[in-house]
Design a protein around this ligand. Sequence first.
Ligand code: MHO
Length: 208
Amino acid sequence: MTLTPATIRDYDAQAADRETTDTATFGLGCFWGPDARFGAMDGVVRTRVGYAGGTTSDPSYHALGDHTEVVQVDFDPAVVSYRTLVETVCQHHPLHTQPQKPQYQHLVLPSTPSQRATIGAVLADLGETATSVDTRIERLSQFYPAETYHQKYRLRSATAFVDAFDAARYTDEDFRDSPIAATLNGYVAGHNVNLDVELPPPDQHASG
Ligand code: MHO
């Protein structure tokens, strides 16, 4: 199977729907990178990037206020647990180094008491607590989606793939919310993905 408009539509139609997924939100520096890393993971169904963690209203990339760049992932808990996602965060980001700029701070934003408890358990396994780490752990209040051009940023430079989404008549919103786009965004960034589609080597596409 190769990447065609039909493949795109079929894959997305078969993906877990929003009723069966849970949502996790993390700030891990420039959001392009974690959008790709999480998008590549099995069980991560949809991703989007945006702003959260601050107090100013309606942030945008050029008027961020005190907000932070974050990635939000919808995951299928039957395939990947919130715990695994939090462990991935802890593996790829130092817990004791915090960028000064709020824009790039490391932030874990639980949205339920159960997520909060899981974060505590992961930190305990590392010999840490919510107060021993510099990573901010704060209840998610509001997530503001980022501008279209930041969504699936790496995939946007892979012209042949983007053309296939255009041929499938995907709107900007469809592209942002597309499960196969989340996976391909990870693939283009060089992550291993589990996708039953023949793809050209990612380095033919990787740029930016
Ligand atoms: N301006 C930096 C980071 C962008 S990120 C969305 C760059 O071009 O790499 O903050």
